[in-house]
Design a protein around this ligand. Structure first.
Ligand SMILES: [Zn+2]
Length: 71
């Protein structure tokens, strides 16, 4: 085994920080169905079991940008 991939670790941290947790419709708990990148934007596709809301959430702000530094 080699050292953990730095990008993966950073991505996991960003995931925990950026993952939407509350439904914009009813403020219930969101289920994260998928997470993907579109260009440089991270997007979360979420589903709310409480009210049936589904949608994409794109975190905004600097926290969503995190590219592997040059090395
Ligand atoms: Zn809801």
């Amino acid at each position: 085994m080699t050292a953990p991939d730095r990008r993966f670790v950073a991505d996991a941290d960003a995931h925990r920080r950026d993952q939407p947790r509350h439904c914009p419709g009813c403020a219930g708990s969101l289920e994260l169905t998928s997470e993907f990148w579109e260009g440089d934007e991270r997007r979360f596709y979420c589903w709310c079991a409480a009210c049936g809301w589904t949608g994409e959430i794109t975190p905004t702000g600097g926290t969503a940008t995190g590219h592997e530094p040059e090395h």
